[in-house]
Design a protein around this ligand. Structure first.
Ligand code: 2AM
Ligand code: CA
Length: 264
């Protein structure tokens, strides 16, 4: 399938960084991890992947700014374009050898995300989206699920864990939602949760306290697959608030209602 030059640049970078992550995952699975500990090793894997992404993207599009989870923000001479990159989303899964992790790359032009690529090197699933041109998984056009009955929906969420999140609020939200849906899932990689909504696997997803690089590529993926994405109150912006809720228009609206009520 033919994609734009921009998407080709992003895909090439994602695949090269993916090879690096896959090599490092193999080391983790074979326990050839240094004595300093796996967490340290993973943080090196993360940094290596980000350096590959930065090198490839900067070579192909000199001057674009770059915001990555590991290296912070690097300003470019071209002030209207910025890459927003997570070299390893789903770090805890990666550390445990669970193949639900991904590289997430988005390109922002002025205030708008114009392209996104999410690549899971664990199972070679490649998601791409370009503004106005649709979303694809391994070259198959994506469409969000069409369900309009909440009791048939599978919804993804996050869970506060040690040192992170508001446990009480999360419990109120989960209690309110789990009693109304066919199933709740917590997979632990926000970029892939969004990609799964775009692919119609999940009917919806919400999570709080995310960073722009967790959301940017997944947001355009869901929108280009025909879905709705917003902050928790339904009107604000997921990227700037860091809180996200999405699904088809109906599911998105229902989740917003329930989450707002749970907020109290
Ligand atoms: P990460 O794997 O790149 O850290 C898990 O609920 C999701 O939240 C993952 O996508 C994870 O991204 C993201 N996340 C963002 N900030 C986080 C943090 N401080 N601690 C753990 N997960 C975080
Ligand atoms: Ca992340």
């Amino acid at each position: 399938m033919l994609h734009s030059a921009l998407i080709n640049v992003m895909v090439k970078a994602a695949r090269r960084a993916g090879r690096s992550l896959k090599h490092d995952l193999n080391e983790i699975e074979h326990l050839q991890v240094s004595l300093k500990g796996p967490a340290n090793f993973v943080s090196l894997a993360d940094k290596r992947a980000e350096e590959i992404l930065h090198a490839d993207l900067a070579k192909a599009r000199p001057g674009y700014g770059f915001v990555g989870e590991e290296g912070g923000a690097r300003e470019g001479t071209d002030k209207s374009h910025t890459w927003i990159v997570d070299p390893l989303d789903g770090t805890t899964n990666f550390l445990h050898g669970i193949p639900q992790f991904a590289i997430s790359i988005a390109l922002q032009r002025e205030d708008t995300i114009i392209a996104g690529v999410i690549y899971n090197p664990g199972n070679d699933e490649l998601y791409i989206a370009e503004r106005g041109k649709g979303a694809f998984l391994n070259d198959q056009r994506l469409r969000v699920a069409g369900r309009r009955k909440l009791d048939e929906c599978v919804i993804a969420c996050a869970m506060p864990h040690i040192g992170r999140g508001d446990l009480e609020l999360s419990r109120r939200e989960m209690t309110a939602i789990q009693s109304k849906v066919a199933g709740l899932r917590r997979f632990g990689a926000a970029a892939l949760d969004l990609a799964f909504v775009a692919a119609g696997r999940f009917d919806g997803f919400w999570e709080r306290n995310l960073q722009p690089w967790d959301i940017a590529a997944g947001q355009i993926m869901v929108r280009e697959a025909g879905g709705s994405v917003s902050g928790i109150n339904g009107k604000d912006d997921a990227l700037s608030t860091g809180h996200v809720v999405c699904g088809n228009e109906f599911v998105h609206g229902e989740l917003v209602k329930i989450l707002r009520a749970a907020e109290g």
